[in-house]
Design a protein around this ligand. Structure first.
Ligand code: T3D
Length: 262
């Protein structure tokens, strides 16, 4: 039923693949709306315990489709804030708030918003040929989709400024070296490796993983006291899951646990 994305669910894993390869999966309004609809389904579907985000073709995502704008750039004073408010910010928040691990499989070039959407995900695998480009500065814009928030946290201010101000291409290898991503995979193996990891995570106590994600996502914004309290609150919730009970029971009985994600 989708035209601009490919969406499927199998073995507890939702696969959402951007599908406008002729323009390197850049976002037009229609693709934004389909991605939003897929997130709605993921949230409703109890079967889904891990999300894999990737792209079709040779690119991951080239950011905003510059030929199919949400906001007319030739207008005397176009308000790009509208496009950010309506589409990019809600997408970044949806990824961060999704109560499950989100794996991004960056299958090729990732530019503009397309370079920052992966940074909002929890684990980033990149194809050896992938490149990360903060292309915004080349057209007079500011990194959006959380770029100026995620980059310094992931790679430090010096590298963040270099990427954002110079807009150079960072290869998958150097992205790995600088701590921007988690793994580099061969191009033809990337998707299967990402799905393998996702399927294995989907057998874990995924409600607990959602709490871990929440704690880590807030860690740089809290002082220690406040954060210890958040950990306590999340541990309280985790301790009430069926999976915690199962994890302890299996450990005591020296058998393999069977987690259900609740
Ligand atoms: O405006 C708002 O709503 C606010 C939100 C802004 C968010 C943003 O993301 S702003 C940043 C937008 N993105 C860019 O500035 C990146 C533009 N693209 C590039 O710089 C290059 O395409 C790449 C470095 C990503 C890849 O280069 P390369 O040489 O591998 O491929 P290519 O030949 O440039 O691109 C292949 C095709 O995709 C080409 O079409 P064609 O000639 O084969 O018909 C190209 O025009 C198209 N394409 C690539 N990126 C975009 C695009 N078409 C529309 N919009 C794009 N962003």
């Amino acid at each position: 039923s989708f035209e601009h994305i490919v969406y499927s669910v199998e073995s507890g894993v939702a696969l959402l693949s951007l599908n406008r390869p002729q323009s390197l999966n850049s976002f037009n309004e229609a693709m934004h709306l389909e991605v939003r609809e897929a997130f709605k389904r993921i949230k409703k579907d109890k079967q889904v315990r891990v999300l894999v985000l990737t792209g079709e073709g040779r690119g991951f995502c080239a950011g905003q489709d510059l030929s199919d704008r949400n906001v007319d750039p030739t207008a005397e004073s176009p308000d790009l804030g509208l496009s950010i408010d309506k589409f990019y910010n809600p997408l970044i928040k949806a990824i961060q708030d999704l109560p499950m691990p989100v794996i991004c499989a960056v299958n090729g070039v990732a530019a503009g918003a397309g370079a920052n959407i992966p940074l909002a995900c929890d684990l980033i695998l990149a194809a050896r040929s992938a490149k990360f480009i903060q292309a915004f500065c080349k057209i007079g814009l500011v990194p959006d989709s959380g770029g100026t928030w995620f980059l310094p946290r992931l790679v430090g201010m010096a590298k963040a400024k270099e990427m954002a101000l110079l807009g150079g291409a960072v290869t998958a290898e150097s992205a790995l070296e600088m701590g921007l991503i988690n793994r580099v995979e061969e191009d033809d193996e990337l998707r299967e490796k990402a799905l393998e990891l996702a399927r294995s995570l989907a057998t874990q106590p995924t409600q607990g993983l959602a709490y871990i994600k929440r704690a880590l996502n807030q860690s740089f914004d809290h002082g220690l006291d406040e954060h210890l309290e958040l950990e306590r609150d999340l541990q309280r919730l985790a301790g009430q899951t069926k999976d915690y009970r199962e994890g302890v029971a299996a450990f005591m009985a020296k058998r393999a646990p069977e987690f259900i994600g609740e």
